[in-house]
Design a protein around this ligand. Structure first.
Ligand SMILES: [Mn+2]
Length: 389
């Protein structure tokens, strides 16, 4: 990829400050555009190609030293964004923010980057469907002497950890804390005081602020202050999934130790989001369907993850499923939540079930997600209903 080497030379450092930009770009090409956006002040996607070719000097040598740091992180929640911010503060470099459908595409991209020196992968769980390809890509990276650190807290096949350790991928994995807290703990010496706040906010939004490390970080701060900050941040992340430049900007601002309330318009944007959520409650009440063991609903005009808690709560069942079609991928993005009374490990069940239907999925015991081929969504729900008795 030509633009990869262009970027490589432009040597992005964390001191390069970008203006907040509100982008109207479509999500489709996000992975590649994002990094490209860095040095380009006027970021219109269409212009990229011409800019690239207009700097022919940059591409002359393929035998350049590896200098680049990249963090591939989960873009859909505060934990992923915060983890990317912490990596950026500690190591510099660029973030590539992805969702699960885009995860492998991003990995397959960076593997081709001849300037890549060090790769961090954060808050992106693996499933039966993706783990083999993941190990494969990691093996290629390691053959190129790229340093790889995988930081995550989703349920993982122990054999995958073994395989990764064998090829000397650094694995920081603990299902008991959120990824940002794990990142903070691992690289504390390279981070400033504010980083603990970023990690604490991530713990809150991942329901992990009562875990040993998460709780310790949260108690540094006023609880209410941390709660509102984490929540506002989350609404900005969830509501701006189609604005890759904004998410990128958020990573940079957090890495620069800005509080969410100091980032322009975050509270105003959150206000709009809560209004939408209150409308969602009304919609779920109407559109909700129930089976013996779960409530489910197709979501048309918002993210599935924003609706799933209402689906579970309003259905009176211990499991809620919300699913949204991703037309560009021919799949449904599925969100699953369990109540406190849900005794099964939803992440494990969903991992197996999604894989058997040609999709992928997994996650935590009471919060997980899946990518299901469009024609299999009905089967997914009926089978899940059977398996969670
Ligand atoms: Mn997480």
């Amino acid at each position: 990829m030509i633009f990869q080497s262009v970027l490589a030379v432009s040597k992005i450092k964390k001191s390069v400050k970008k203006k907040p930009s509100v982008s109207k770009k479509t999500a489709a090409k996000k992975v590649t555009k994002k990094t490209a956006a860095k040095k380009v002040t006027k970021k219109t996607a269409a212009k990229k190609v011409t800019k690239k070719t207009s700097k022919p000097t940059i591409k002359k040598s393929t035998k350049q030293q590896r200098t680049k740091v990249i963090c591939i992180s989960h873009k859909e929640d505060c934990d992923g964004i915060s983890s990317a911010a912490l990596i950026r503060q500690a190591f510099g470099g660029d973030a590539i923010l992805v969702d699960y459908p885009g995860q492998m595409e991003a990995l397959n991209q960076v593997v081709l980057d001849e300037k890549l020196k060090s790769l961090f992968i954060c808050d992106l769980g693996l499933s039966k469907k993706t783990q083999d390809e993941f190990i494969d890509i990691m093996t290629r990276l390691r053959k190129n002497k790229v340093s790889v650190t995988y930081i995550d807290h989703h349920d993982i096949d122990p054999d995958v950890v073994k395989a990764l350790l064998k090829i000397k991928v650094k694995v920081i994995h603990d299902i008991n804390e959120c990824t940002a807290v794990l990142t903070y703990t691992a690289f504390k010496s390279k981070l400033n005081d504010h980083a603990s706040f970023v990690a604490a906010c991530a713990a809150i939004t991942d329901y992990m602020e009562t875990r040993p490390l998460g709780a310790k970080l949260l108690q540094i701060y006023d609880r209410q202050f941390a709660l509102i900050s984490a929540t506002v941040m989350t609404y900005n992340i969830v509501g701006r999934q189609r604005e890759p430049d904004y998410l990128q900007y958020l990573v940079e601002e957090l890495a620069d130790s800005r509080f969410p309330h100091d980032i322009p318009n975050t509270y105003e944007f959150a206000q709009i989001q809560v209004e939408k959520l209150s409308q969602m409650i009304a919609k779920v009440k109407v559109g909700l369907k129930t089976m013996t063991n779960l409530g489910h609903m197709e979501i048309l005009d918002a993210g599935a993850s924003g609706a799933v808690n209402f689906v579970m709560g309003l259905s009176g069942k211990d499991v809620g499923v919300a699913y949204k079609e991703r037309v560009d991928h021919g799949i449904y993005a599925v969100s699953v939540r369990g109540s406190k009374d849900c005794k099964v490990h939803l992440g494990k069940i969903v991992n197996l079930l999604a894989t058997s239907l040609g999709g992928s999925g997994g996650g935590h015991d009471k919060a997980c997600g899946a990518v299901i081929p469009k024609p299999k969504i009905k089967k997914f729900i009926t089978e899940l209903n059977k398996k969670i008795k």
